[in-house]
Design a protein around this ligand. Sequence first.
Ligand code: MLT
Length: 408
Amino acid sequence: MITINEHFLKLKAGYLFPEISRRVGSFQKANPDANIIRLGIGDVVKPLAPAIVEAFHAGVDQMSQADSFKGYGPEQGYDFLINAIIENDFKSRSVDISTDEVFVSDGSKCDSGNIQEIFGLDNVIAITDPVYPVYVDTNVMAGRSGEGDEQGCYAGMVYMPCTAENNFTPALPSEPVDLIYLCYPNNPTGTVASKETLAQWVNYAKENKAIILFDAAYERFITDPSIPHSIFEIPGAKEVAIEFRSFSKTAGFTGTRCGFTVIPKEVKAYTESGEAIEVNRIWNRRHCTKFNGVSYPVQVAAAAVYSDEGKKQIDENVSYYMENASIIRTHLQELGIEIYGGENAPYVWLKTPDGRSSWDFFDQCLENAHVVGTPGAGFGPSGEGYFRLSAFGFRDNINEAMQRLKKL
Ligand code: MLT
């Protein structure tokens, strides 16, 4: 008899964003004339920048000619893209990364979800709360947790609350943990971590032989020059951290798919007998076994993100979204709503008015204003009483959504 992986049955609800789509879909079906503005999932709306489209076309043209056609490429990504990444994202910040420490992939959701499988099942997982659900769910699926409770907390995982009370900065865990997920600029709260905060985590990881999984998918939205873009800007981080990067939000690749993971050779995890193993080697083995690389035209398009024209055009798109965030902040502040984030990240995190639950506020916004946001409780128990608005929208829709919220 075939059996199922019962760990999947522990998952409390459907994955957050499909669940929201389902609710919005049924509302739309019942109200076909409602003009719904979607500021829920952080999905970009602006098209690929011209420099990227041009490169993408050129990549496709190369695939159409026998003398430039490409079959399987290197699983880890082409050197032209890896070198552009190293030069622009790391060398420019005095971080020394070598080509065999970068793994190009089809996005950081996949990498941040898959990475856990190279670590032992008995590792203790620490996550900030609220959190991007992928980190939790993939560990539940693998069997690194017990059952979930009513609030969606899984036994055996260490939750590190991030609320207005602690300025959204998680305290170091009081019990030993092995795998620490950090995301900065943060999804969902839109808040950032200073160099000092990250240095504390790096020290913790070194002292406890732990590893930090650092999701930097939103680094391009940082406006404050004192905020680090990479955890590797912190001395010692290359011994204990893995970083995930994405072209999705930065360059509008949510539908094109490309990201990368950086695993320095110094990062080690241990066998039961205490032997130190290079994590880079194990991930490389996994990557080559399960992945055949990102398509050539997509990698050519991604490399154009680093061309002079590409950088300029992408900066314009990032500024557009950040201007949206600023409009959202201003309007909500005028309404007397407590808000956080949105200054170095494309998400505004707000406290629901009158102490309403996150899902109640979601329903109210959907039914009465036809505006979709993301209920904070969907990101974890400490997200209850909060709500996330994404700044990824067209300006007219952002303005219209704010007018409608005013009338709520
Ligand atoms: C979000 O809305 O949190 C993101 O779009 C999810 C993702 O990047 O997978």
